[in-house]
Ligand binder design. Structure first.
Ligand SMILES: NC(=O)c1ccc[n+]([C@@H]2O[C@H](COP(=O)([O-])OP(=O)(O)OC[C@H]3O[C@@H](n4cnc5c(N)ncnc54)[C@H](O)[C@@H]3O)[C@@H](O)[C@H]2O)c1
Length: 371
């Protein structure tokens, strides 16, 4: 309840929500994205950050300097942190290859877990994580935020009101013109599981899949190509000098996934596509209406006319606001027993979509089954 002492009593009463319990929160991985989580947590009074672990000493120093983290203890080894600290929730913000072991260790230590996207390297890891959560009777949530976006929520309202009909076809685009990450380990397949499909495609896939009502994927076909990231480049671009020598992921991945309800999702994702400009959005074609997440238009027929229906108001949570919402969803699920919007099981379905395309690419694009 330390927050209650901030400012004058009247300020505190007016602005600081009184909470009966604060969840003791710890990070595994205090790199780039943990900063967005820490910022979001400052707006969630039910959380107290108590610890942070990173294998890099300089990230531990950075973490301790963040508002709200000054009293937290830092560690290099997450097993030591889990042993020494009394933690309610572990927030896994490491490269993808560490998501599964870190999440399972935290669940076994009796903590709830939020794990950044993608949930893991592959569906087998996701299954192990879900099993561990079940055994520990703890919550496991995947840090998907696009389902909290106002455009996704607008679509879901329209869908539930019957404006879309049956969803037949969904197109997902996550394409950068030149955006090969020049930090972290995003170009290393054995640490990340893949390139743009698993790293940025996952955002639009999770939103579109949520919009579809989370059907089960049953088969996939797709192809991946690497033509730029593994070579030096002199081209002027916003993120130059990526580590081409360690680059082992795809530059471009495209694919198609079939679902058990007959619907099809088509996906295009790239770090460096030769297109006019970067674009991230998804489109739906239903029997009664369609939707475009970029302009938030619903396309339908009404009173004998083909209509493009635009909203006149949608709340804009902003980037940070989406993180507040995804973290608050877990907090509410723990404290008020409200439903999770991105439980581990959903993270696993999204992972199966991505994995299906990667497996098909290894078979030169032949369709592969998804179990
Ligand atoms: N939701 C989003 O929009 C979003 C955005 C960016 C990144 N991410 C995800 O967040 C994760 C991290 O990405 P980032 O951009 O912060 O990367 P990053 O490289 O900046 O940070 C990762 C940190 O994890 C640390 N780390 C690695 N192995 C560790 C271990 N065994 N124990 C403790 N710490 C360890 C690294 O030292 C590093 O500081 C990735 O899975 C990424 O996909 C999500």
């Amino acid at each position: 309840m330390a927050d209650k002492t901030i400012g004058t009593q009247s300020f505190a009463t007016a602005t600081i929500k009184k909470v009966s319990k604060r969840l003791r929160w710890a990070f595994i991985g205090t790199g780039g994205i943990s900063g967005t989580h820490i910022g979001a947590i400052r707006q969630i009074p039910e959380i107290e950050i108590v610890a942070g672990c990173d294998i890099k000493p300089e990230r531990q120093v950075w973490f301790k300097q963040q508002p709200g983290c000054q009293n937290a203890t830092t560690y290099t080894d997450y097993n030591e942190m889990l042993k020494k600290e009394k933690i309610d929730v572990v927030d896994v913000c490491t490269p993808n290859g560490v998501h599964c072991p870190a999440a399972i260790a935290a669940l076994k230590a009796g903590c709830h877990v939020i794990v950044e996207k993608p949930m893991a390297m592959d569906p087998a890891e996701c299954a192990k994580m879900c099993d561990a959560a079940k055994k520990a009777k703890k919550l496991l949530v995947c840090g998907f935020q696009q389902r909290y976006n106002a455009n996704t929520e607008m679509f879901v309202r329209a869908r539930d009101a019957g404006m879309i009909g049956d969803i037949m076809f969904v197109k997902v685009h996550a394409l950068r013109r030149r955006g090969i990450p020049n930090w972290g380990v995003f170009g290393q397949k054995k640490l990340q599981g893949g390139g743009p499909m698993i790293d940025i495609g996952v955002h639009m896939i999770e939103a579109a899949h949520y919009a579809m009502g989370e059907p089960n994927p049953i088969a996939a076909s797709g192809m991946t190509w690497t033509y730029m990231g593994d070579k030096p480049s002199q081209v002027v671009c916003p993120w130059p000098n990526w580590d081409y020598k360690t680059y082992t992921v795809e530059d471009l991945a495209v694919g198609q996934v079939r679902f058990d309800n007959g619907a099809i999702m088509q996906i295009e994702s790239s770090f460096c596509a030769h297109i006019e400009q970067e674009i991230h959005y998804w489109e739906v074609m239903g029997t009664k209406g369609g939707f475009n997440s970029l302009n938030c238009n619903i396309y339908t027929d009404m009173a004998g006319t083909m209509l493009n229906c635009a909203s006149s108001f949608l709340p804009d949570a902003g980037w940070d606001g989406l993180f507040v919402r995804k973290i608050q969803n877990l907090v509410d699920a723990i404290l008020k027993k409200t439903p999770l919007r991105a439980p581990g099981e959903e993270g696993m379905k999204v992972q199966k979509i991505i994995d299906g395309i990667y497996r098909s690419a290894l078979k030169k694009g032949a369709e592969v089954k998804i179990n």
